[in-house]
Design a protein around this ligand. Structure first.
Ligand code: FDA
Length: 396
């Protein structure tokens, strides 16, 4: 079998690249070892797929080579994908400002991509594993479970390492190394934190409680990252958007510095409460500002539920510290099992930001999450998959 283009990976980036190249008249085959296309899309956004973020810019991405993503993101913007969504009559909702989700089901996004692939004449071979990829003159040769395939170009769109049960593999990194490309260290991101035994039990008692927090990473006296979003207590530790976001900055040994009353100067607020409502207890004051179960837990953890009038400044200062800068060292993260994305990946310094071709080997290309480009939470990762897929597809 001979194709102009073989795309390895029928995920977000691979399908987008395939349909773009198909419309440009290329004979395209997509191979995937999974039994369904777009499995991560199906499970994304709680089954509703947060398919883009209207305000997505290169500043929403992490990479050792931060300029790499600019060109593709500029050329294919959120409104371009939105136009495709609207053309297919998919209803959507804006949940948090800028974050667009399907109103009904993520299946509609996979359906849209497969329909476009069909219209563009793209062939898709599922349950097909690629055993070897080799250079063959100006083209490439693949050994697959369905036999040998020759292609003018191979696009590696195998994604990251998260959720191995969904078909994630390190195959894309292996191909990169085989052709002499570097792979930057990978680690799970957009992932919940686990806590050490004492704090784990406390978090478990509060499982299901959520509140808005400010969070940073504390490392050697420096503060890294900052997000103001909801945090959720779970049976294993801490989750919710604030924790998923900050996990991209966190490394083992780092502290989390959590502000339970973001935007409030807790010391001043406590001093004012002591003047105005001196007979109130700290727990009653907390319960007006935090979920009741958390307010109660805080006074129990710290063994301090004084009447405000009896609190000196030092005691109020201690409370302000606990509330404004709760320092906690996570045991770790939930790892690849639940991480939404992979930080790190194929080093982009040897890849063209215009065509996604490998320097000196234009018949080999890498797109999507397999590259060292990782977005924040909120639809940015799909925007990268669409933008890199389109840029590569147009250049094939
Ligand atoms: P993707 O992972 O989509 O596709 C890779 C494909 O390659 C898969 O089909 C896989 O089977 C295939 N493959 C791998 N190895 C192979 C091999 N050896 N041979 C053949 N095929 C192989 N992002 C976002 O923007 N909004 C959101 O709402 C969410 N939500 C979300 C929830 C959860 C639970 C997860 C795990 C992830 C998200 N994400 C997200 C992240 C988003 O899903 C992710 O960034 C994109 O799917 C990446 O697209 P790719 O096409 O690069 O990889």
């Amino acid at each position: 079998m001979t194709y102009d283009v073989v795309v390895i990976g029928a995920g977000a980036a691979g399908l987008m690249c395939a349909l773009t190249a198909g419309y440009a008249g290329r004979r395209v085959l997509v191979v995937d070892h999974a039994n369904r296309a777009g499995r991560k899309i199906l499970m994304s956004g709680g089954g509703r797929c947060n398919f883009t973020h209207l305000a997505s810019t290169p500043a929403n991405f992490f990479s050792d080579n931060p300029h790499f993503c600019i060109s593709a993101l500029k050329r294919y913007r959120p409104e371009h994908f939105l136009e495709l969504v609207e053309r297919h009559g998919v209803d959507y909702v804006e949940k948090t400002p800028g974050q667009l989700f399907c109103a009904d089901s993520a299946k509609q996004i996979v359906g849209l991509l497969l329909t476009e692939c069909e219209w563009a004449g793209v062939e898709i071979a599922l349950k097909t594993s690629v055993e070897r990829v080799e250079r063959q003159g100006e083209g490439m040769r693949l050994a697959t479970s369905r036999g040998r395939i020759e292609a003018g170009a191979v696009v590696v769109a195998t994604g990251g390492l998260s959720i191995p049960s969904m078909g994630a593999t390190g195959f894309g990194y292996a191909i990169a190394r085989q052709f002499g490309l570097a792979v930057t260290p990978t680690r799970p991101a957009l992932v919940p934190f686990t806590l050490t035994s004492g704090w784990k039990a406390r978090a478990a008692d509060l499982a299901g409680v959520s509140c808005e927090v400010g969070v940073r990473v504390g490392r050697d006296g420096a503060a890294l990252g900052h997000y103001r979003e909801p945090m959720l207590f779970t049976h294993r530790g801490l989750s919710g958007p604030a924790m998923l976001q900050i996990s991209s900055y966190w490394q083992p040994g780092d502290e989390l510095v959590i502000d339970l009353l973001p935007g409030v100067d807790a010391f001043e607020a406590l001093c004012a409460a002591r003047r105005e409502t001196p007979k109130r207890r700290v727990s009653a004051w907390l319960a007006e500002r935090l979920p009741k179960r958390l307010a109660q837990a805080l006074v129990e953890w710290h063994g301090d539920d004084a009447i405000l009038a009896e609190c000196g400044n030092a005691r109020l200062q201690a409370w302000a510290e606990r509330l404004g800068a709760w320092r906690l060292k996570p045991a770790g993260t939930e790892g690849w099992r639940t991480a939404e994305v992979t930080l790190g990946g194929v080093d982009t310094r040897a890849v063209s930001s215009k065509t996604f071709a490998v320097e000196g080997l234009p018949q080999l290309r890498f797109i999507g999450e397999v590259l060292d480009v990782t977005g924040e939470l909120g639809g940015h990762n799909f925007q990268w998959a669409w933008a890199s897929g389109v840029a590569c597809g147009r250049a094939l």
